[in-house]
Design a protein around this ligand. Structure first.
Ligand SMILES: *Cc1c(COP(=O)(O)O)cnc(C)c1O
Ligand SMILES: *[C@@H]1O[C@H](CO)[C@@H](O)[C@H](O)[C@H]1NC(C)=O
Length: 213
């Protein structure tokens, strides 16, 4: 049986021009994802203010202020530690023009690969709990993973996606949350359909929309 969810499509526009993003916007797309804070800040000033920006890159505390300064910064998908959550929460509180809360996904390093960001599986609950119970301007949205790149070798369900689903179940039990209210951000160009089948509610698609980088 399949549950019926709304799935957000995030158009990942890193390294793509403002002109390309505007074409996509004109076709109706509103959610865009960027990996680099400087690039996101520059693009946000040149593009319409009703874009919903997702930050999907590695966070650096010394850039929290510039991120928090983007009024249509809508979703932070890569929150990996309590320390980072505190730093962006404080920066949002320091910006008097920022009214709405920032949606936050806690990123989990599900594959245990060196290059994949995110908190360790065992630390995930603490980060979620901080965002949920102790932050001021952050709104807990769900869990995010990049996962291993299985390429065309994938013959069964993606292990990282299954792990994220299992982690959501555990965290919802431990924190008393209804799992239908906790989103999952997983799936990119090569595997977004598979991710949606497994329950993703937020897919991040770059090259399939904009061409290779
Ligand atoms: C670049 C990137 C994507 C998009 O990847 P594609 O394979 O081009 O769809 C998605 N998520 C993250 C975190 C990325 O860095
Ligand atoms: C991901 O997890 C593994 C195993 O815990 C760790 O060795 C690796 O450094 C982590 N990656 C990052 C970017 O922290």
């Amino acid at each position: 049986m399949y549950a019926c969810f709304l799935v957000w499509l995030v158009a990942v526009s890193k390294f793509k021009s403002v002109h390309d993003i505007k074409s996509c916007y004109d076709a109706g797309q509103r959610n865009f994802g960027e990996n680099y804070i400087k690039e996101l800040v520059e693009k946000s000033y040149q593009l319409p203010s009703d874009i919903m920006w997702h930050f999907i890159g590695t966070f650096q505390s010394n850039k929290a202020k510039s991120l928090a300064g983007i009024l249509n910064f809508f979703v932070w998908e890569t929150c990996s530690s309590v320390k980072h959550a505190i730093s962006i929460d404080q920066a949002l509180r320091d910006n008097p023009n920022r009214k709405q809360p920032l949606k936050v996904f806690v990123q989990v390093n599900t594959s245990g690969e060196k290059a994949k960001g995110g908190c360790a599986v065992k630390d995930c609950k603490d980060v979620v709990e901080y965002v949920l119970r102790h932050s001021h301007k952050l709104q807990f949205s769900g869990l995010m993973t990049i996962g291993r790149d299985y390429g065309s070798t994938l013959s069964a369900d993606n292990e990282d996606f299954l792990l994220l689903l299992e982690l959501r179940r555990e965290i919802c039990t431990e924190l008393g949350l209804d799992s239908s209210t906790v989103e999952l951000s997983m799936g990119m160009s090569s595997d977004f359909e598979h991710a949606i089948k497994l329950g993703s509610t937020n897919v991040r698609v770059g090259s399939l929309i904009f061409g290779s980088r």
